[in-house]
Design a binder for this molecule. Structure first.
Ligand code: 2P0
Length: 360
């Protein structure tokens, strides 16, 4: 599909007012998206586990205006309170998607949104937030065009979410989502995320992700600054090639349930992401001393316990601890005994692989 396939022809129905609400999950990348081209096109393909517990719930109430306005008309409430400082990001999003949802200036929208995870926990809400909003707007488009298939609905929701925040396109469906052209993955696209199309071993079906909140402060590097660091980066082209290679290697890993190889790829991807930030100009260290303490503890415990615990990182200091469900009791005990001490206020979030957004 191309961008043109997401421009609607003519709507068959009319809809004056309505309310819709979606709960959309966050996701954790295994092969990381870091670097992008114009129009939210990723510099390399990525793959993620959709999460279950960490999510954004968004309600959109819409009412048709007497006549289309010159600008977008919306009110925004975050956790019950009017939130003026989030509005510019939403406005940029609406501007980017207007060509694909031509009704946007014909309605007034009241957007109410909240997260399941604590605000300023260092967990990015842009993926779940943009996904939930894109789904609500798609629901209105489906009212105007009821013939739409579920497949088109999900693809276009992912396409629109991507224009809000790249990683958001991986937060529509579950349980494993791939985004970005990859010649060895059939159906992959730079424009939207797809459900991973090949066989996946049982062991990955209920994978766990415990998120250790090491540093809940404001992100030191915004994602747009971060992605820009990959322009003129001395190692960029090698890194982008590596992401393609890792995605290909993951295909047999997923099929065979090869946890040893899974761990190597996932941990290497996390450290590579941070290495890219340490070797860019300007350079950043986003890990904290406690991030490294936790990584070392995980390595020692893995060796001593013969479990398959591993870690991954986002563009910050928090650690995502990944492990198969059958090792849960052992790993949770280890986290309580040895890792909680490195978390800010002892905080962590138990999450697991999830199966995508749902309408409420
Ligand atoms: C990822 N991250 O693949 C990578 C790994 C963070 C580290 O995608 O500018 O918020 O909105 O397209 O999606 C964070 O970047 O960036 C991200 P934008 P986004 O999950």
């Amino acid at each position: 599909m191309t961008e043109k396939d997401f421009i609607p022809v003519a709507y068959t129905n009319d809809k004056a007012t309505g309310v819709v609400s979606y709960k959309a999950p966050s996701n954790i990348a295994l092969v990381k998206y870091w670097g992008k081209k114009d129009h939210q096109i990723p510099a390399n393909p990525s793959i993620s586990f959709t999460l279950d517990h960490c999510a954004t719930t968004t309600e959109v109430a819409y009412s048709k205006l007497e006549q289309a306005a010159g600008d977008f008309s919306f009110d925004l409430f975050f956790e019950g309170k009017s939130k003026e400082d989030f509005k510019p990001k939403i406005k940029t999003f609406l501007n980017r998607i207007e060509g694909y949802l031509p009704f946007l200036k014909s309605y007034h929208f009241i957007i109410r949104t909240s997260n399941s995870f604590p605000h300023s926990s260092g967990i990015a809400s842009s993926a779940s937030g943009m996904s939930a909003l894109a789904l609500c707007l798609m629901d209105l488009e489906r009212e105007l065009n009821p013939g739409m298939t579920d497949e088109y609905f999900n693809k276009k929701a992912s396409f629109l979410a991507r224009l809000g925040s790249g990683s958001a396109c991986r937060s529509i469906e579950g349980d494993i989502i791939q985004w970005g052209n990859h010649k060895e993955t059939q159906g992959s696209s730079d424009l939207y995320g797809i459900k991973y199309p090949y066989e996946v071993h049982e062991v990955f079906k209920d994978f766990q992700d415990t998120i250790l909140l090491v540093d809940k402060g404001q992100k030191q590097v915004s994602s747009s600054v971060g992605h820009n660091l990959m322009h003129d980066h001395p190692f960029a082209s090698r890194r982008f090639a590596q992401a393609h290679e890792n995605l290909f290697k993951l295909q047999s890993v997923f099929e065979e349930g090869n946890l040893t190889e899974f761990i190597k790829i996932v941990e290497s991807e996390a450290l590579t992401l941070h290495a890219m930030m340490m070797t860019s100009m300007p350079y950043f260290i986003l890990m904290k001393p406690n991030t490294l303490e936790i990584i070392n503890k995980i390595w020692s415990f893995r060796e001593a316990s013969n479990t398959h615990i591993c870690f991954t990182l986002d563009a910050g200091a928090n650690v995502h601890v990944l492990y198969p469900a059958k090792e849960k009791d052992l790993v949770i005990q280890f986290i309580k005994d040895e890792l909680v001490a490195y978390c800010e206020n002892g905080q962590y979030i138990c999450d697991k692989i999830g199966y995508g957004a749902r309408k409420l």
